[in-house]
Design a protein around this ligand. Structure first.
Ligand code: NAG
Ligand code: NAG
Ligand code: NAG
Ligand code: NAG
Length: 299
């Protein structure tokens, strides 16, 4: 009886925990921007191995990354300095060089699209554009993109990030801000020039954000999840409590029955003890005739 109940409790708890975790979605740790960057570099390497021109090439990603756009371009440092280089969302003007100097470099561009908010967040703000990023690597040996980002040194004009769209809705656009995400997870606010453009001095990941009010939608979504989890935990708690109550009750009842049985077995012997009180003979017969169990069981 007792072990059946425990198994029932375990099964219910496991089911509810699974439901809750699938509602919340995998752990946040699985969306690591640094791991994503390494993965983009890996697929960019495969792309460059098959394309030997200096054009920008689309990088093919596994199908579970649908919604992200990645491309790669290789060029000479000299060309970057004299002409700059344009991609669809990132325009690097002339007079930009890498530190340290390398002969050739590879630029990996990415647009995280609908995945943006899985990888990047700004507390107190909501993302109104996709996250657009680019990383600059050493590609001097023409076989492998070297790990370790190169730093850009911008001498005159800044680099422009053009955002493909802003999901502003009826929000006050004067309150929008451009942010840059640092590799250590911190956030740097930058001047916003309207026209969907953000001016930056270095490579990295960028996004347009709006102050808190816009965050309600997302908040509600999360609140809803927590309600479901809370409800699940509440139900589990209730089931556990009720089951434990039942187990305790049954155990207690069983103990009482055995006690009663023992008592009635020994009641003849006990008679002599009770008889010593004011009530004399009737005691023994009372015990035998009364429905003792039910009588004693009243709480
Ligand atoms: C796609 O699947 C691979 C493993 O097959 C995993 O490493 C990667 O994180 C997944 N992509 C996303 C966006 O979760
Ligand atoms: C983004 O959209 C694609 C389809 O366009 C979908 O396969 C993918 O799951 C979406 N990603 C997220 C995080 O919603
Ligand atoms: C937008 O915000 C700015 C600064 O807070 C304010 O001056 C302006 O009146 C607001 N515009 C609208 C349409 O709410
Ligand atoms: C932002 O603009 C202010 C003045 O408008 C300027 O002083 C400041 O240097 C700019 N910041 C950046 C990061 O461009």
């Amino acid at each position: 009886m007792g072990s059946d109940t425990s198994w029932f409790i375990i099964v219910v708890v496991v089911i509810i925990v699974n439901i809750s975790s699938s509602i919340v979605g995998g752990s946040a740790d699985s969306y690591d921007p640094q791991a994503l960057k390494a993965l983009f570099r890996h697929y960019a390497n495969l792309t460059l191995a098959n394309h030997h021109t200096g054009a920008e090439h689309k990088v093919n990603l596994p199908s579970n990354f649908t919604g992200m756009e990645v491309s790669v371009k290789r060029l000479r440092s000299g060309s970057l300095w004299t002409r700059g280089t344009d991609s669809i969302y990132v325009k690097i003007p002339p007079n930009v060089k890498t530190l340290p100097y390398v002969k050739r470099l590879a630029i990996v561009y990415d647009n995280l699209g609908n995945w943006s908010s899985m990888y990047y967040n700004v507390p107190g703000y909501s993302l109104v554009s996709p996250v657009i990023g680019f990383d600059v690597y050493n590609y001097s040996d023409l076989t492998m993109i070297m790990d370790g980002n190169l730093t850009l040194s911008v001498e005159s004009e800044l680099i422009s990030i053009h955002f493909p769209y802003l999901k502003v809705g009826d929000k006050n656009t004067t309150l929008l801000k451009c942010v840059g995400f640092e590799p250590d997870g911190s956030v740097e606010f930058k001047n916003w020039t309207n026209n969907n453009v953000c001016k930056v001095k270095k490579a990295g990941h960028f996004c347009v954000v709006a102050e808190m009010p816009a965050v309600t939608e997302e908040k509600e979504g999360r609140a809803w999840k927590w309600w479901v989890i809370g409800f699940g935990i509440g139900i589990v708690g209730l089931i556990v409590l009720v089951s434990m109550g039942m187990v305790v009750m049954l155990k207690w009842r069983k103990m009482e029955i055995t006690k009663m049985e023992k008592e009635s077995d020994t009641s003849v012997a006990l008679d002599t003890f009770w008889v010593r009180g004011d009530h004399k003979m009737p005691c023994a017969s009372m015990i035998r005739t009364q429905p003792t169990l039910e009588h004693d069981f009243v709480p």
